[in-house]
Write a protein that binds this ligand. Sequence first.
Ligand code: S3P
Length: 434
Amino acid sequence: MKIATIKRAKEGFDLVCDDIAADKSISHRCAIFSLLADSSSKIKNFLKAEDTLASLEIAKALGAKVKEEDGVITITPPRKIKEPFDILDCQNAGTAIRLYMGLLSGVEGSFVLTGDKYLKNRPMKRVSKPLQDIGAKIDGREFANKAPLHIRGSKLKAFKYRSPIDSAQVKSALILAALNADDKSYYKENLLSRDHTERMLRGMGAKVKNVTIDNEDWIEITPLNEPLKPLDIRVPADPSSGFFFAVAAAITPDSKVLIKDVTLNKTRVEAYKILKQMGADVEFIEKENIYEPIGDIKVKYSGKLKGVEVSKNIAWLIDELPALSIAMAVANGVSRVRNAKELRVKESDRISCVVENLRALGIEAREFEDGYEIRGGEFRGGEVDSCGDHRVAMSFAIAGILSGVKIKDIECVDTSFPNFFEILKNISEVEIGD
Ligand code: S3P
């Protein structure tokens, strides 16, 4: 098990980040959606991290040919998705398993989707149940709630589905299934979850439309009658990965960071807006629009932060809540996160893991079933456990720049941001050991 020791940083850094990891959500979708194209997709800046490489390996096992030249990954789809020879290992990636469930449910063949010990503990019923309701043949542990899951691809019926959770993974799985259904399907969520799937599939020529039915916003999906156009994309940087350094700048006197070429999709940058509400100086600079608005984000220290209540638009900042908890821990007053019970079923139970780690570093915090309360104070050095969760590991590394910290079990950082510690070395001393 690897341990990272982070030493207190000097005050006042000016960091330019042009090497933040590529967007994980978009990279997964590049690997998966390229299987639906009629010719080769060209992907620049594909995220080479464990999670997204797992999606790419699965695309290969399903018949895609992948080659890389001058930093461009070319994915040539098979004429027809092939039945794989072996199980499909999604490793730690919820996005991979849930999106492939939706896609493969309507494809002829036998498929087994599995993952690591963390993924095998995460709930899959949210996807398998609506898929079974339209005719998908899925089975697995706990009646198809837990991987390994077996899918026998079959004919799917069109649906009108009102999702009880705002989840882009559930939405994407259902949209992918709808592309293979027997008629137009309709999907509705309460709060728009990240919409990369809709944007990218539309860009490939799929009929995925936003429609109004009885004054409500629905997505209408028309089944494919021919393969789609290929993707031609440069994956932007991941705002969730950039956010660790945004928090670092917001809590370190006289510091600033410039995060370059990141997606500015409104479903992805809400945490930066909360940081601004807490008192940091945050500026968005839109530069281009390729499937999504893309640009730079500047974050500058602007005095001690103030506590904040976060209970709305949770799906837009769910991945950033662990890092935001570090800002909350050093803000004036009490901060609260509510309506975020989804945190309990992420790569770890992020409510108990974050609260326990904050306490280990001398911060007063308590759990709610759907969130937590943090009383701002001062970190004292100490030792924390990542719980095998990449975002927890990186969040507490940022806490370390104020007080020094040891983080156990940091291998998980490679699932989304392999060069995280390299970038961190620009602002703090970092030692990685066993
Ligand atoms: C993701 C959607 C979110 C997010 C995850 C990636 C995606 O999960 O937490 O890290 O790529 O669609 P949910 O859709 O389950 O909320």
